[in-house]
Design a protein around this ligand. Structure first.
Ligand code: FES
Length: 159
């Protein structure tokens, strides 16, 4: 038996997405986003669940989930730091931010901290070059980062 299920709120959102599109196939990405918002990652059970809801095979859902790097295919930390590594951010100090994260949290890109609190990803340009260097923290942009700002954010997350 599948252990994954949308929360009642997410089931409502899913039905709303379904009503927006002429073909249910188009709901694959929003359906997977709902899973990731709910669980933080896409488990095999959740992909089977989405496949059932969309009338697809699990492999069809898996193909989509593995194509997009934004989907997490294993559990990650409670706070997901997506640090931009592209040119503007690199020139404005993203490497220093990365080094500071390594020094204070003890993680490299692609790693989750031992306490399960933080996960660091290095990503390509997030379209906020004017605010370089920047990262997204659980999807929220933080721009013109300094070591002091990063330190404050890390402390906030640890509270
Ligand atoms: S280069 Fe970092 S947001 Fe564009």
């Amino acid at each position: 038996m599948n252990t994954f299920k949308y929360t009642p709120e997410n089931e409502v959102k899913f039905q709303e997405y379904v009503s927006r599109y002429p073909k249910i196939d188009s709901c694959m990405l929003p359906a997977l986003w709902l899973v990731q918002e709910q669980e933080g990652w896409l488990s095999p059970e959740s992909m089977i669940y989405v496949a059932d809801k969309l009338g697809k095979t699990p492999i069809q859902v898996y193909e989509v989930a593995t194509f997009y790097t934004m989907f997490n295919l294993k559990p990650i930390g409670k706070y997901h730091i997506e640090l931009c590594k592209t040119l503007s951010c690199m020139l404005c100090g993203s490497q220093e931010i990365k080094n500071y994260i390594k020094q204070t949290i003890g993680i490299e890109a692609g790693q989750t901290s031992e306490d399960g609190l933080f996960h660091l990803s290095e990503v390509e340009c997030m379209g906020a070059c004017g605010g370089a260097p920047m990262f997204a923290l659980n999807g929220e942009y933080h721009e013109k980062l300094t070591i002091e700002k990063v330190d404050e954010l890390i402390k906030e997350c640890k509270k």
